[in-house]
Write a protein that binds this ligand. Sequence first.
Ligand code: GDP
Length: 440
Amino acid sequence: EALKERLESVFNTLKGKGKLSEEDVNAALREVRRALLEADVDYKVVKSLVDSIRGRCIGQEVLDSITPGQQVVAIVYEELVSLMGEDVVPFIISSKPPTLCMMVGLQGSGKTTSAVKIAKRIQNAHNPLVVACDLRRPAAIEQLKVLAQQSKVAFYGPSGGTQDVIKVAKEALAYAEDHLNDVIIFDTAGRLHVDEDLMEELSRLKDLVNPHEILLVVDAMTGQEAVKVATSFHEKLSLTGVVLSKLDGDARGGAALAIRATTQVPIKFAGVGEGIDAIELFDAKRMAQRIIGMGDVMGLAEKVQQVTSQEDVAKITKSLKKDKLTMEDLLLQFEQIEKLGPLDKVIDMLPGMGKMKELKNAELDPKRLKQSKAIIQSMTLEERRNPQIIKGSRRRRIAEGSGTTVQMVNQLLKQYDQMKQLWKYMGKGKKGFRLPKGLF
Ligand code: GDP
């Protein structure tokens, strides 16, 4: 809520001011930057994020029914979500069983707990086995065994005091074959810090097992440190996913953002408690909300989109109602269509247009749209309002100015004539017109 309030105060005087200026946006982004840093997001990530947000904000039209602060927050939210990856990346289940998974991470990160949590989660559809490969600490083997027993998950661990991880892993594979375990999850050794010795052991295990998944468990509470840990593990082992544990605590979770941004490794699960069921598929939207640290940003983003659409649709509808169609109207249409996305969606939003099948099937070629816009933008105001004055030399000038050809200018002018006809039809509510081909 704090971020929202700060943004609101920055933008308080902005309402009805047209477009967001660079100054306004910079003032807002100072607050955004502070909020992200407070949420543990790495400063480099913050910088590149803020830059791309700035690009999107400047020049945005200020909407009437939403405050500019809310608009910026919605953009920040969308960028965060896209940075973390909108789609859930699932746990890999190999089409050729058994599926092999190594859990890696520092001591205390929640590795053992997460191994059992994941096994439990897939137990309805599979027959998982958890394997104790953290042989340095006898207590670690015992811990996995107890957790597995409590959760009724199959467990394999060495009986004697062996330190040979490779031997244990081989035995576990044979055990799994006998017991028809189709998913094998190896709980590996942890250390307090990343060290060569540990990486060496994990690499050897990786070479033997050739796992489908190598999941790094990181403690969300460790903030920036988690990013460093993820980077070193990824360098040595090529991770396939991350489990962000202890998100039930106070951590704002900026680590998630930075891990994804710096390593590109998807975050697959979120640990949300000590209980064995306390694991969830990672949800970028929820995480973005948490990082921004305010209430219903998701709803806000949707609202902004909706309002943008409504205000744009209102503009198009207004221009549709005019008797005379000018090139300026056409430009406005092109811009709105570009902004609103697929033509059929736009048409659905226009009152009374939904039935016009012809329009719905029109193809929207973004390149074509851009060229058409450039052509109109190269016209003088007078030419835009009275396109009939555009003859030979003007056509050449416009083509040159827009980086197109005279032929394309001719085509657009022809289409404009056709559009004028269309306008007359639509104004009178007639049906059965034909849409000029290749307009968009
Ligand atoms: P390991 O050393 O990496 O195997 O870590 P453990 O699995 O032993 O976990 C260390 C501690 O963190 C234990 O007390 C767990 O109960 C606790 N823990 C693990 N995951 C979570 C989580 O998502 N939330 C909370 N609150 N505690 C967790």
